[in-house]
Design a protein around this ligand. Structure first.
Ligand SMILES: Cc1ncc(COP(=O)(O)O)c(C=O)c1O
Length: 396
């Protein structure tokens, strides 16, 4: 794969016909190192967020060995990673998926949120006692862009009963929760851990594992910006300290977005301009699903030619390439006034879920790929200079 010092260098060199998924593996490595140094437990990467081999390589190189997987195809892929510990954290799994995960891929770690799922796991693993079972509890989403609590999770007396039954069926009993993706303040984790504490008391079980899930934020063009990640770590440490669990209880977190969002940009071309509407060559059926359906305000910049001196900036709305009117990103996206057909735009921090969601609707959805050596447009982790010598050698 070709490497370029920046998106502008890439445009200068290739004038790409297709949209480009441009990865910055160094940014994924930096994020992983930060989590490993600052989270007091296992850091499991949520594989669903982005399975680019370049990003997986960077995460692995930084020391990530635990992976949260959601399906058999993800397990088939992730099982090729040497020494990977796979946690099958989808609370509703098919019997075939459980059986093959256990029998063929050696998975011993499963999430569940119902007695039916517990029965399924017991039956399809032949009553194995060599299991880590994580009971997924529903917790309130606070300040989260994508709340997840309505779909999965168990609470109250039912949760306490399930914990007791899972305790009897497992070697290690865990609790897991997810406060919702892109949670911008740490109070959701504090509230969730308080609920977990009450539940442990109600069930009267000894807990071996606690997974605080994902949900950690990345940085987009949204105000106010999220709290710093260190505030999330402090909140989790304080919440965990108050829990009725022994020292042996091992912590885990499952970040997806926070590890890879800033490690990928999407570079698109403007194919038409009508007033303050731009028609671009990727959209809601491609890697801009979140911009269209969840109003994510990815940072944008014109790349490939300099912005003219004193050029004003204007708010634009964007149309994707398909014939569907849903293919619309309302933004607003602030770009130079003189932007025109043939120009290229870099969308920053598109590394979480964008690539994973892109479809081939209308025949679109094919991408070029490249590695960029410069810094992400926005970072939660502070600058880490790219080796200049290396960058200079890469001639666009
Ligand atoms: C079970 C589970 N863990 C972790 C994640 C990763 O979440 P995030 O990308 O918000 O960190 C998800 C995302 O949907 C999830 O469902």
């Amino acid at each position: 794969m070709h490497r370029y010092p920046s998106a502008s260098a890439l445009i200068g060199a290739t004038k790409p016909e297709l949209p480009v998924m441009a990865v910055r593996p160094h940014a994924a490595g930096r994020a992983a190192r930060w989590f490993i140094e600052n989270f007091p437990g296992d850091v499991a990467y949520a594989y669903k967020a982005n399975s680019s081999v370049f990003l997986l390589g960077a995460l692995y190189g930084a020391g990530i060995r635990h992976f949260d997987v959601a399906s058999l195809p993800e397990i088939e892929d992730a099982a090729t990673i040497p020494g990977a510990h796979l946690h099958f954290m989808h609370p509703v799994k098919s019997r075939t998926a459980i059986r093959r995960a256990f029998g063929e891929f050696g998975v011993r770690s499963f999430a569940l949120d119902s007695e039916d799922e517990l029965r399924k796991i017991q039956e399809e693993t032949g009553g194995s006692r060599d299991l880590t079972l994580w009971v997924r509890v529903a917790v309130a989403a606070k300040n989260s862009k994508i709340p997840l609590e309505r779909k999965f999770g168990i609470t109250g007396a039912k949760a306490a009963r399930l914990l007791v039954k899972a305790r009897q069926a497992s070697k290690e009993l865990g609790i897991t929760f997810h406060v919702g993706s892109q949670t911008v303040t740490p109070d959701a984790y504090i509230a969730a851990l308080e609920e977990v504490g009450k539940l442990i008391v109600k069930a009267g079980v000894v807990l071996d594992r606690l997974d605080v899930g994902g949900g950690f934020p990345s940085l987009y063009s949204e105000a106010p910006p999220p709290a710093p990640l260190s505030a999330f770590m402090r909140a989790i440490a304080t919440g965990v300290e108050k829990l009725p669990v022994g020292n042996h209880c091992r912590l885990m977190c499952e970040p997806g977005r926070a590890l890879v969002a800033e490690a990928e940009s999407l570079i698109v071309r403007v194919d038409a301009r009508r007033g303050n509407e731009l028609f671009i060559n990727d959209g809601s059926y491609g890697a801009l699903f979140d911009a269209a359906h969840l109003s994510f305000n990815f940072p944008v910049k014109l790349v490939g030619r300099p912005v003219e001196a004193h050029e004003a900036f204007t708010d634009f709305v964007l149309w994707g390439p398909t014939c569907d009117t849903v293919d619309h990103m309302k933004g607003p996206f602030r770009l130079p006034d003189q932007i025109r057909e043939g120009d290229y735009i870099e969308f920053g921090n598109t590394g979480a879920y964008s690539r994973a969601i892109a479809s081939r609707f209308n025949g679109y959805g094919a991408y070029e790929e490249a590695i960029l050596l410069d810094e992400p447009m926005f970072t939660m982790y502070g600058p880490e200079p790219v080796e200049q010598g290396e960058a200079e050698q890469v001639q666009a």
